[in-house]
Write a protein that binds this ligand. Structure first.
Ligand code: ZN
Length: 109
């Protein structure tokens, strides 16, 4: 289907993002199918990691509360540190991967 360019009145395809005659932007570029999936994956991943971090902190603080001796408390603290570090590490790696995928599939003008 052909539409008229509002700028130069030339007939352009309605699927064109830009007028081929005057270069006016006709429509905003949209994300493709995979672009949407990767973007949602990126958001979903961040939400899941946040939930994991919160639940991880809750679980380890419960262990720390139940610890009686100083050695047990120290062990729980170290365990928490390792656990949180691991979560943050996985989070960072996953964010880079899903972020890059979302970036690569972003719409081009
Ligand atoms: Zn035009």
């Amino acid at each position: 289907m052909l539409v008229k360019c509002p700028e130069c009145q030339a007939e352009v395809s309605d699927s064109a993002l830009k007028c081929p005659h005057c270069g006016k932007q006709l429509r905003k570029p949209k994300r493709g199918f995979f672009g949407k999936i990767f973007l949602w994956l990126f958001y979903l991943f961040n939400v899941l990691m946040l939930l994991w971090l919160i639940s991880g902190m809750n679980a380890t603080s419960e262990i720390a509360n139940q610890a009686v001796t100083e050695a047990e408390k120290a062990g729980a603290a170290i365990g928490t540190g390792i656990g949180i570090t691991m979560i943050l590490f996985v989070w960072a790696i996953g964010d880079i991967i899903t972020g890059l995928l979302a970036l690569m599939t972003r719409p081009k003008a």
